[in-house]
Design a protein around this ligand. Structure first.
Ligand SMILES: Nc1ncnc2c1ncn2[C@@H]1O[C@H](COP(=O)(O)OP(=O)(O)OP(=O)(O)O)[C@@H](O)[C@H]1O
Ligand SMILES: [Mg+2]
Length: 478
């Protein structure tokens, strides 16, 4: 038995509703799809932009001459530019990510130095600029870097790592080293030049000294020689003159005995010439002439000793002869004049042996020091009257002795002149240092003396002085 089929045909209005719903859903789907497509386009654009800006950033970083890198708080590399990757011996920045300095070609102590520095920057949250550091590069060459490091922050301001940039300053450093080497070489040359100059100065002083000595010496030797002949002649004639006088006076005695009354003319003449006085005085006259001639001979001797040309080798020399000769030559300056009485010269000569030396040079030293002493006395006399000076006489004391150790012969030359300040005393042996008026002093005297005593004779020269009281020079000659 057939059951009637259910009637599935929807009523007309339901179909229409369904159709409407379908088309609505389709429309919504379409809108959704459109929105989706739009979103995808937008996302793609954002991604593209992001990539583009990353590329640009990388491009900028790769174009900069500096090497740039950044690390996280564990000091692992988060990124870098191409320069840095190459310095580290890697093909690209990607290969650096996650690595530490211990994975790099640098020496262990270099890696530790960098990390130490990174930690400091992270902990202090302070940038460090201009750090100069050495680095072994990917090719195993020693290079020099100038590095700047700064802390990296997140948007909340927390430190999340460290950013570093550096520049290879190897060329600059090499240039600096080359410059330093050059400077050193220059300094060496400078010292050599200074030494050469000192040697030149030295020989100049010696030349001046020789010149001075030889001019003075020649003059004196000439004078001494010229004086010697007539002196010997006088000395030689004094003895016969005395004998002839004795003969003549003897003859007179005989005459007077034979002719006690010679007549008025003769007696008048005897009275006019005061014969008894002549008899008494003539021998004395001859004696004093003899003394005079002896003195001239001494002077000429002293001149000869003073002028003694310098031997090539040192010779034994009696310093007392040298001092006496020098004082004799300075006698005109020691004598009294209208302004002051004579300068007292006091000699305390000790028992000293002959000194092996260059006598002419030592005489020159005595001359320079004694002449300075006279200058200092005269300067000290300024503003004092004759009587004042007489009450406190100008005095030069010359003392000779052996040193207690017997190794040295000591000569002290002391004056009670104006003395000198400590500042001047420090400079008196310098060439050309003088406190004297232009034309009066050249400032060479003591420089020469120092050279002669210290350099030429291995001795010492010392000076003590008090302003207003006087000065003492102490020479020690071995
Ligand atoms: N006895 C002294 N008392 C005080 N000052 C002195 C004495 N001797 C030297 N001086 C000081 O030392 C300086 C240098 O002396 P030095 O003999 O070298 O040169 P100078 O006498 O000035 O010139 P010169 O070349 O003619 O000798 C003098 O200008 C003087 O100031
Ligand atoms: Mg002088």
């Amino acid at each position: 038995m057939d059951t009637p089929a259910p009637d599935v045909t929807p009523p007309h209005e339901t179909v229409a509703q369904l159709k409407q719903a379908l088309s609505q859903a389709q429309a919504e789907l379409k809108t959704l799809r459109q929105a989706q497509a739009q979103e995808r386009v937008q996302r793609e654009k954002v991604e593209y932009d992001l990539q583009a800006s990353r590329q640009l950033l990388q491009l900028v970083m790769d174009t900069l001459p500096e090497a740039i890198f950044w690390k996280d708080l564990n000091l692992a590399y988060l990124g870098c530019n191409q320069n840095f990757a190459e310095d580290a011996g890697r093909a690209s920045p990607q290969e650096m990510i996650g690595k530490t300095d211990y994975d790099m070609p640098w020496k262990t102590e270099e890696a530790e130095f960098y990390r130490e520095c990174d930690r400091r920057v992270i902990e202090s949250n302070q940038a460090e600029f201009g750090i100069i550091e050495p680095q072994l590069n990917g090719e195993g060459e020693e290079t020099w870097l100038e590095t700047n490091k700064a802390p990296l922050h997140d948007s909340a301001g927390n430190v999340i790592g460290v950013l570093g940039t550096y520049q290879d300053i190897t060329q600059r450093k090499r240039a600096e080293v080359a410059l330093q080497v050059l400077n050193q070489a220059l300094e060496l040359k400078n010292t050599e030049l200074e030494e050469a100059l000192a040697r030149l100065n030295h020989s100049q002083i010696q030349l001046i000294q020789r010149e001075k000595m030889s001019a003075l010496g020649n003059l004196m030797a000439g004078i001494a020689h010229e004086i010697n002949n007539p002196t010997n002649f006088l000395l030689g004639n004094l003895k016969p003159a005395r004998e002839h006088l004795a003969d003549l006076l003897g003859l007179l005695d005989v005459y007077q005995a034979e002719y006690p009354n010679p007549g008025d003319v003769v007696e008048d003449e005897i009275e006019a010439i005061d014969l008894p006085y002549i008899r008494k005085d003539f021998p004395k006259l001859l004696d004093s002439m003899g003394e005079g001639v002896k003195r001239i001979r001494e002077i000429s001797n002293s001149l000869r000793i003073f002028a003694r040309s310098d031997a090539e080798e040192q010779v034994p020399f009696d310093l007392h002869e040298g001092l006496d000769g020098t004082l004799l030559i300075l006698k005109p300056r020691l004598k009294a004049d209208e302004q002051r009485p004579a300068i007292d010269v006091i000699k305390h000569y000790g028992a000293i042996p002959a000194v092996s030396c260059f006598p002419g040079q030592l005489n020159q030293v005595f001359m320079n020091i004694l002449a300075n002493a006279i200058d200092a006395l005269e300067e000290g006399n300024q503003g004092k009257s004759f009587a004042e000076i007489k009450a406190q006489p100008n005095r030069i004391t010359v003392t000779t002795e052996r040193s207690p150790c017997q190794k040295w012969t000591v000569v002290r030359i002391q004056d009670n002149g104006m003395g000198m300040t400590a500042a001047n005393r420090a400079k008196i042996f310098d060439r050309a240092f003088t406190t004297k008026a232009v034309g009066k002093g050249t400032g060479l005297g003591l420089a020469i003396a120092h050279q002669i005593i210290v350099d030429n004779h291995g001795g010492t020269i010392e000076v003590h002085s008090t302003p207003g009281q006087g000065t003492e020079f102490i020479l020690q000659i071995p």
